[in-house]
Design a protein around this ligand. Sequence first.
Ligand SMILES: Cc1ncc(COP(=O)(O)O)c(C=O)c1O
Length: 397
Amino acid sequence: MKTSLKEFRQYVAQVGEIDPIMIDVEKAEGIWVWDTDGKKYIDMLSGICVGNVGHRNQRIVEKVKQQLDKYMHIMVYGEFVQSPQLNYAKRLMSVLPNNFNQIFYVNSGSEAIEGAIKAARLYNNRHEVISFKNSYHGSTLGAVSLLSDEKLTQKFRPLIPMCNRIEFNNEDDLLKITEKTSCVVAETIQAGAGVILPKNDFLKKLKAKCQEVGALLIMDEIQTGFGRTGKLFGFMNYGFVPDILCIAKGMGAGMPIGAFVSSNEIMNKLNNHHPLIGHATTFGGHPISCVAALENLNIIIEENLMDEVEAKGEIYRTKLIHPQIKEVRGIGLFNCIELKHKENWQKALISCFEQGIITGTHLFNEGCLSIKPPLTITYDQINLSIEKILKALDALN
Ligand SMILES: Cc1ncc(COP(=O)(O)O)c(C=O)c1O
């Protein structure tokens, strides 16, 4: 049955201005999304890096059904022992560097960022938080305080004090990280800026600077996690280890879950901060989301999904050649097309939708379109998506 677009816009508050095209979703499977008219689309966004193992992956669906038959929400975690939380924690720790030995479950990326900043502040008893220009870490007030874009922050002021910004890939700016800095929050690859990769060991140098002054490095792997860059987490490509890891999106393969992960030493400050609540969230570590997250991790590892991610991404980077394209850049299946004429972005999006391609623009760089399909995409499907994108761009000439 068709959903009324008019009613949808009237009753459901939107994240921003209405998108030029709204797909009335009927179902989704693998790389495909169908609308209620029966038209099918290749999802080049993966629900913004959520469906790394594909929409409705059957292994996930099965585990969710099994847990549904046992129990759903019982209690805020901690008070009751819940095996899905422990099982996931142990599996995740088994594939992370040794300093990661405790996880705090939340429901979203924004919440993971909030919790990580609180943990850092408690740990070193400092206040300054440094983030990067043109990074997005979420929409809660703490996360908004990290934004550099005045247009996004102005109306919400006053924000959290002592939040300062530096430039990504600018080594001189690292000098602004000092003994006053509690933590630096960084993306491994800047997503909203239009897939900006770290250059010249920038992240290694960032980690060294943090270590030198006693600041904690919080990596936001909310988009780059779970195999998208060809490694389980983006930082694993760049030879350093963060102090706190923030994860969400692709963690639950379509079920809502997020977390921040760190050492016992850092997490204990949060755990022991108050007799009742150091940090809490009712649905954090929801058992259904945890079993989905565990199966997601198992699928990525057991089905060797990461092995071909870089080769698949390279096909997009080499075959997407068109007069409307300035550059295709990225790593693994975390890529974007930068249009030659930025102002064409809306036309390009609509044209892609018409060709059956779901893609999106970038918050701080509208002239860039996402190429972030599920990691399960086959080589034939890659070629089909390229064909459709090039055809869509032809319509702009
Ligand atoms: C890099 C990054 N960090 C944090 C967030 C916030 O995550 P959530 O929307 O789950 O709160 C997002 C969401 O798009 C993101 O892309």
